[in-house]
Design a protein around this ligand. Structure first.
Ligand code: FES
Length: 104
C-alpha cells in the first residue's frame, strides 16, 4: 500500500466535515470547543491545534474564524484580527551568528 493510498482509506466522517486537514479536526469538534468556552481563535488553536499543522493555518484558520463568528455572533473581522500571525522563516547560516566565515 502506498503512502497516498493509506491517506485515502482513512475514515472521513460524512456528516462531520474536517475543517483542519493537517490536524484532522472536524467542524463538530470546533463547535464543541466553542460551546465549552474556548471563544477566541488563539484558544481554539491551543485547545484543538487548528492552525498548527504544516500549512500553519492557511487553509483552516479562515474557516475556523467563520465558525467562531457564527457561533458567537461576533463580526468575522473582530474574530480574525485577534489571531497572531507568524511570518514564514528562512534558514540562516550559523556563521552569521558566529561573526562571519573567518571562524575555524
Ligand atoms: S489545515 Fe489546519 S493547520 Fe493546516
Amino acid at each position: 500500500m502506498t503512502r497516498h493510498a493509506s491517506r485515502v482509506t482513512r475514515h472521513v466522517p460524512q456528516d462531520d466535515p474536517i475543517v483542519c486537514r493537517c490536524e484532522e479536526v472536524t467542524v463538530s469538534q470546533v463547535e464543541g470547543a466553542i460551546a465549552e468556552g474556548y471563544d477566541s481563535l488563539e484558544e481554539l488553536k491551543r485547545h484543538l491545534r487548528v492552525g498548527m499543522g504544516p500549512c500553519q493555518g492557511r487553509t483552516c484558520l479562515p474557516l475556523v474564524a467563520q465558525i467562531l463568528a457564527r457561533k458567537t455572533g461576533r463580526p468575522l473581522e473582530q474574530v480574525f484580527s485577534a489571531v497572531s500571525v507568524r511570518p514564514p522563516l528562512a534558514p540562516v547560516p550559523v556563521t552569521l551568528f558566529l561573526g562571519g566565515d573567518d571562524e575555524g
